[in-house]
Design a protein. Structure first.
Length: 177
């Protein structure tokens, strides 16, 4: 198993689930031992499980992860910083989309509302909609819930866009390190 590929997947898992165990049990539907064997490169997962892993990423995020992975093959020195580079590129792309005026930004409460600890997070989603079903480009960021309180005081769309432009890099990088 390529370690950079695995690091990118584990990063996506830990952004969306509290633990790998929760991911295996509630999302992937495989035993933790099967998951560990897959991570070690000793056992394949079903095509359905592999598709679920890919679905941890939006189409655009998957493409970006593949670009980062390719960079680590071309420049082996980037292997140690691949996840950080992926996060940085996601942030740069989102800011460019917003600056272009094409993107919509929305705050989404964290998916797992049964877990109080997870309510401390929200998803910030940046989307470019091409007006054709299934072809939107989406970037998602897991951020502390305090961010929502910081920007809820104003209802203007431009305020949310301004906040993202000014604070996304600092906020996203600080919670995912």
């Amino acid at each position: 198993m390529n370690q950079v590929y695995l690091d990118l997947i584990l990063h996506a898992i830990l952004e969306q689930f509290q633990t790998e165990e929760e991911f295996c049990q509630t999302y992937l539907g495989v035993a933790k031992s099967d998951w560990e064997e897959w991570k070690a490169g000793n056992n394949p997962l079903s095509p359905e499980a592999n598709q679920k892993i890919k679905n941890l990423f939006s189409d655009y995020e998957w493409m970006l992860s593949q670009k980062v992975l390719r960079q680590t093959f071309l420049f082996p020195e980037k292997r140690q910083t691949a996840v950080a580079e992926y996060r940085e590129m996601k942030t740069i792309v989102a800011q460019k989309w917003i600056a272009s005026g094409l993107a919509e930004v929305e705050l989404i409460p964290y998916k797992n509302k049964n877990d109080e600890e997870q309510q401390d997070y929200i998803d910030l989603r940046v989307t470019i909609d091409y007006q054709t079903w299934g072809y939107s480009d989406i970037l998602s960021f897991r951020l502390p819930a305090r961010v929502q309180r910081q920007i809820e005081s104003t209802q203007k769309k431009t305020a949310l866009l301004d906040w993202v432009n000014e604070n996304l890099t600092e906020t996203y990088t600080s919670i995912t390190e």
